[in-house]
Design a protein around this ligand. Sequence first.
Ligand code: GLN
Length: 261
Amino acid sequence: MKLSIGWLYPNLMSTYGDRGNVICLQQRCQWRDMEVEIVPLQRETAIAEFKRVDLIVGGGAQDRQQEIVMRDLRGAKADALRTMLEANTPGVFTCGSPQLLGHYYEPALGQRIEGLGLLDLVSKHPGINAKRCIGNLVFEIAASPLAEELQAMLGEKPIAIGFENHGGRTYLNSVQPLGKVVSGLGNNGEDGWEGAFYGNAIATYAHGPLLPKNPFIADWLIKKALQRKYQTEINLIKLPDTLAYEARKAMLQRLNLAKIS
Ligand code: GLN
């Protein structure tokens, strides 16, 4: 089996270590003897390349790089992404990426930038004097059917751990939240929601990076992508993940959340 992972603008959208999500997906496939191809999706990339990937990863970026990406993605590339997300292509989009998938982003300085409008949400930076949202982030995944599917995989409620670092605040309209904040600020520090979920796309403020800290989410994405591609039920071989689970335990203890799951 082979998985093609599309990586949105690796040079412009890798400020916050989210390349770890790409490495994690690649490694977890390779441990299971699957072939993996990483396809950079960027300025010079032809639309056909966008359309042929099985899974999409988008990382965080600073406002200026994010603006370049938002302008480049308009038109045919946005249409390709829209078609893919609506056809349930799995993806993980972190921080700056969900901001650009929404209707607009208002940066700390300068004009509102139109987003792709693929997710029904808006994001606004309250200005250069506002405090950034920085710190460890823990949330319970609540979006349906993701939460139920993860609970079945894990045998317990799905708790995600990450690290947030954003100035922009996101407000959801009709799109489902990804989860409910247990510790940290999430989308805006006001309404208690974190991220968004649409089709099979996970949008989140959680860096960390997200997938190595929460390997069950990586496996959910791989499984969804393979099932879609090969049109058959996929059962992934279980990996030990001892270190990842020790790290999760240590973080939950540090945040006095040891009893959460
Ligand atoms: N530029 C955005 C913000 O500060 C995104 C930051 C990020 O991707 N970590 O809100």
